[in-house]
Design a protein around this ligand. Structure first.
Ligand SMILES: [Zn+2]
Length: 270
């Protein structure tokens, strides 16, 4: 009862399906080639930006060497040895900013610590901060961030671009938890890792008095009580301090941390 079918209907259907598949294949290949090209462009842009950043830094920052800053060079070398981070170039940048960062696509990567950090941190807290940054270097976050971070900008439909943005931020925050663990392993003192994070969040006012310290603690503890803060945290490269402190506390209580810390202390005692 189907012999009345118009001749060629099925062939036309087969041809149509073939064309649909061909269009999908061509689009996929074009997207793949476009994305590969984008990654290559990002790589070149990263190299150029890194080089210009490095040149700017050399003009404004102070290089740390065993001759210019023996104590700091020794501390960085010690932390690098404990974390097996390999050689890094260290610079102290002027300014009261409470921050440190690393950059560079190839070894030796560059560690930059702002002068403000030295004004408020003691030697153990400094070990945590430098260890945190060296953790980013050892775990490959420094070069990955330049390269993979750029990939978040791959031209994509609006919703996909939002998904990529959130995914990369999520990865950024997970890197921070890993780097905090490295900082703890470098300094070996959970209470100093915690006080360094509290000082970074509370700033100079946390140090002025016992009351200032309590106020900073109170603010940190209340951070995740508000929905607005929780939403903002999803867009941030860094987790909230309260979560970093909790994560560090849990890691410091784990057998895994004690095993690794004992191993590091045995080879490179502080
Ligand atoms: Zn970090």
């Amino acid at each position: 009862m189907t012999s009345y079918r118009y001749p060629g209907e099925q062939i036309i259907l087969a041809l149509t399906l073939f064309l649909v598949l061909a269009v999908i294949a061509v689009t996929a290949v074009a997207t793949l080639c476009g994305s590969a090209l984008f990654v290559m462009v990002m790589l070149v842009v990263s190299f150029v930006l890194n080089r210009s950043h490095h040149n700017e830094l050399i003009e404004s920052a102070h290089p740390v060497t065993p001759q210019t800053e023996p104590a700091l060079a020794n501390l960085v070398g010690d932390c690098a040895a404990r974390l097996q981070a390999g050689p890094v170039g260290t610079f102290v940048a002027p300014g009261n900013i409470l921050n440190a960062y690393t950059f560079g696509l190839v070894k030796p990567q560059i560690l930059v610590v702002y002068a403000g950090v030295f004004r408020i941190m003691d030697a153990d807290e400094l070990r945590f901060i430098i260890g945190h940054e060296l953790g980013h270097v050892s775990l490959g976050h420094t070069w990955l961030n330049s390269l993979v971070g750029g990939m978040a900008g791959i031209p994509s439909p609006y919703l996909a671009a939002v998904v990529l943005y959130f995914a990369f931020r999520w990865w950024n925050r997970s890197c921070e938890y890993s780097a905090d663990r490295a900082g703890l392993l470098a300094c070996g003192k959970p209470e100093k890792a915690a006080s360094a994070l509290i000082k970074l969040a509370g700033g100079a006012s946390a140090l002025r008095s016992a009351q200032g310290w309590q106020q900073a603690l109170h603010q940190i503890e209340a951070e995740d009580d508000h929905l607005e803060n929780n939403l903002r945290a999803m867009l941030s490269t860094h987790p909230m301090t309260v979560r970093r402190l909790d994560a560090l506390r849990r890691y410091a209580a784990s057998p895994e941390y004690h095993r690794l810390q004992d191993q590091i202390n045995h080879v490179h005692p502080i």
